[in-house]
Design a protein around this ligand. Sequence first.
Ligand code: PMP
Length: 401
Amino acid sequence: ASVFEHIQQAPEDPILGVTVAFNKDPSPMKVNLGVGAYRTEEGKPLVLNVVRQAEERLLADRTQNKEYQPITGVAQFNKLSAQLILGANSVAIKENRVTTVQALSGTGALRVGAEFLAKHYGKPVIYVPVPTWGNHNKIFPLGGVPVKPYHYYDPKTRGLDYQGMIDDLRAAPVGAVVLLHACAHNPTGVDPTEEQWEGIRKVIRSKQQLPFFDCAYQGFASGSLDTDAHAVRSFVADGGECLIAQSYAKNMGLYGERIGALSIVCRSAAVASRVDSQLKLVIRPMYSSPPAHGALIAASILGDRDLFADWTVELKAMADRIISMRHQLYDTLKARGTPGDWTHILKQIGMFTFTGLNPEQVQFMTREYHIYMTLDGRISMAGLSTKTIPHLADAINATVL
Ligand code: PMP
């Protein structure tokens, strides 16, 4: 008998499992709205032109080798990543108060941040919005930081429960870590307004709580890198400290390259330098040092004026296609006379719409219409096209009628 005989079959991941089920479905009309990956109007994955160009330059450069990177990754990549999220003129960067390490995409940045906090921030607890990206609830406890909830989404308005959020943060302990989605909240697509961010910032600072920004969609929400960095920059502008996990999966389409960064903004350069030294002790026994390829691609795009400019155009085109899908889906439901208020499809931002459909309705749509999505009713707008929207509208219409 195997020494592993007792092991039980684990369930599929709630998000990635949707793709597993989708791949098994032979129907030609099937649509995958589960995973948050951009698709073209033809339903194909997109490699950005600027990424192809950066890769060609890397290949042509015979001085490139395959040596190990430092524990904290490609230095130029780290510097440019901090500038991207904090702004090229960031005072915190000028004062050398920001330490940045390369990470295995957003997930890896969150995990390194969690383990760092578990080691060096007393007995940390992190407050996360309800709902949140499901992996948060696993990354943080496994990294040594238990998770507690704060109110975020209001199913009645399909918008932000601002008062509930503020009340929960006020009631949370002094010093608690607060996870904030920097923009394009996943799964709800509901973000605070600038005014509301200001209220959130005041509560968090007045309670000396520590913001941990998860920034997986910079540029993807509004189409502008700067607009989508507003919340993070407002917290850094007040001189306070925070952690930021960045991912280049969506905004550069570098999903499988696993490229991201963790920045920790500190009060002083001396503290930042000590924090950096301790981050190395977290990373070294975890994976020793990060892979080079994605970091070199991202660094060449971020560091080249022309490539950077071309990137912002390609990024805006992706964001615009998603926004146009919102309008087309809304218009099609209106034209069908589908009962209910669907304006949240237009109001929510980023990759996802939180449709408000319940698990039974989702299962019905998968069974009868071969449309795949997570049971919470989240659909990836990036997985839709002009061709598939009528089919989705038929399915929604049939399920709510
Ligand atoms: N945070 C959020 C909110 C996300 O939606 C994602 C991607 N689904 C991530 C982090 C991290 O993704 P990755 O590790 O691929 O960068």
